[in-house]
Design a protein around this ligand. Structure first.
Ligand SMILES: NC(=O)c1ccc[n+]([C@@H]2O[C@H](COP(=O)([O-])OP(=O)(O)OC[C@H]3O[C@@H](n4cnc5c(N)ncnc54)[C@H](OP(=O)(O)O)[C@@H]3O)[C@@H](O)[C@H]2O)c1
Length: 262
C-alpha cells in the first residue's frame, strides 16, 4: 500500500540534481509539500515551480552550503520561520572524492565528512523529535553500496557511508515504536551528476541504475508493512553488499581496489 504524503511536508537535501531531485518529484506526486535545499538556487527554483504547477503542492527552497556547519541550524531556523512542520526528511546531499588518500586535497576530504556525516547527523537530530511525534512520514538517509566494505581510492567516502548505514540502522531501532519509517538507502552506480563531481568514472562499479529506479526502490521500502532499516537498490548491488560484508578484508581489500580502477 502506498504511503500518503498529502498534507505533510518533506525536506530534501541535495534536491538540485540526481537522486534528490527525483525524491522531490516522487514525493510531490504523492502530495507532499516540499522544502528543497542545495547550493544551486536556480535549479531549486525551477524544480519547485515545476512541481507546484504539476501537483498543486507548495515547494519552498533554501540555498545552503551544508558543508558549512553553521548552515545546519539555519535550515531548522528557516522551516521554523516559515511555520513548516517537517514530517519526512531525506538526507541525500553528498559527494565523493577519488584517489589514494595521501594524494587527495585535505580540504575536500574534510568537506566530504562535514557534508556526508556532519550535515546528515545534525539534521537528523534537529528534526527527529518532530518526525517521531508526527509518526506518519519517513527518514531516508542516503548511504551507498560503498558502506559495506572499506574502499581503497575512496577511503573517506566509504567510511562516511558506513557511518550513515550504522547510524541509520541504530536510529531505526530506537524509533521503532513511533510509526516513523526509517531507512538507509544504499544505491550502487546511479546515472546522476555524481561521477562528474568525482571527476572520474573509474570509481564506477557495475551497471548504472537510473535515479528513478533507485527512488522507486526506496519508496517501495517506505510502503512496506515493515520498512527495512537498510535497503540496497538493485539485485547485483545486493549480492555485492552481502559479499562485501562477509568477505575477510585480506580478500576484500585487493578485490575492491581492483574494482575501483586501480
Ligand atoms: N550516483 C551514484 O552513483 C551514487 C551511488 C551511491 C550513493 N550515492 C549518493 O547519493 C546521494 C545523491 O547523489 P547523486 O548521485 O544524486 O549526485 P548529484 O547529482 O551530484 O547530486 C548531489 C546533490 O547534493 C548537493 N550537494 C553537494 N554538495 C552540497 C553542499 N555542500 N551543500 C548542499 N548540497 C550539496 C548537490 O547540490 P548543489 O551542488 O546544488 O549544492 C546535489 O543536489 C549522495 O549522498 C551520494 O553519495 C550516489
Amino acid at each position: 500500500m502506498s504511503v500518503h504524503f498529502a498534507g505533510t511536508t518533506a525536506l530534501v537535501t541535495g534536491a538540485s540534481s540526481g537522486l534528490g531531485a527525483e525524491f522531490a518529484r516522487v514525493l510531490a506526486a504523492r502530495g507532499a509539500d516540499l522544502v528543497l535545499v542545495a547550493r544551486r538556487l536556480d535549479r531549486l527554483e525551477a524544480l519547485a515551480r515545476e512541481l507546484e504547477t504539476r501537483h498543486g503542492i507548495t515547494a519552498r527552497i533554501l540555498g545552503a552550503d551544508l558543508g558549512e556547519p553553521a548552515a545546519w541550524a539555519r535550515v531548522r531556523a528557516f522551516t521554523d520561520a516559515e511555520g513548516v512542520r517537517v514530517s519526512t526528511l531525506v538526507n541525500n546531499a553528498g559527494f565523493a572524492t577519488y584517489g589514494v588518500l595521501a594524494e587527495t586535497d585535505p580540504g575536500r576530504a574534510d568537506e566530504e565528512v562535514r557534508l556526508n556525516v556532519g550535515a546528515l547527523t545534525a539534521l537528523t537530530r534537529l528534526y527527529l523529535p518532530d518526525l517521531m511525534s508526527e509518526g506518519r512520514g519517513a527518514l531516508v538517509n542516503v548511504a551507498s553500496t560503498a558502506a559495506f566494505q572499506p574502499v581503497p581510492s575512496m577511503a573517506v567516502y566509504g567510511a562516511t557511508k558506513a557511518y550513515v548505514r550504522s547510524f541509520t540502522a541504530a536510529v531505526a531501532w530506537e524509533t521503532r515504536a513511533t510509526g516513523l519509517r526509517v531507512t538507509a538507502l544504499c544505491p550502487g552506480a546511479t546515472r546522476t551528476e555524481f561521477f562528474d563531481v568525482v571527476g572520474s568514472e573509474d570509481a564506477k562499479v557495475g551497471r548504472y541504475q537510473s535515479a528513478g529506479q533507485v527512488v522507486r526502490r526506496a519508496m517501495r521500502a517506505l510502503d512496506a508493512r515493515r520498512t527495512p532499516p537498510v535497503v540496497v537498490s538493485g539485485v547485483a548491488n545486493r549480492v555485492g553488499a552481502v559479499l562485501g560484508r562477509l568477505a575477510p578484508e585480506r580478500l576484500g581489500l585487493p578485490l575492491t581496489e581492483a574494482l575501483m580502477g586501480r
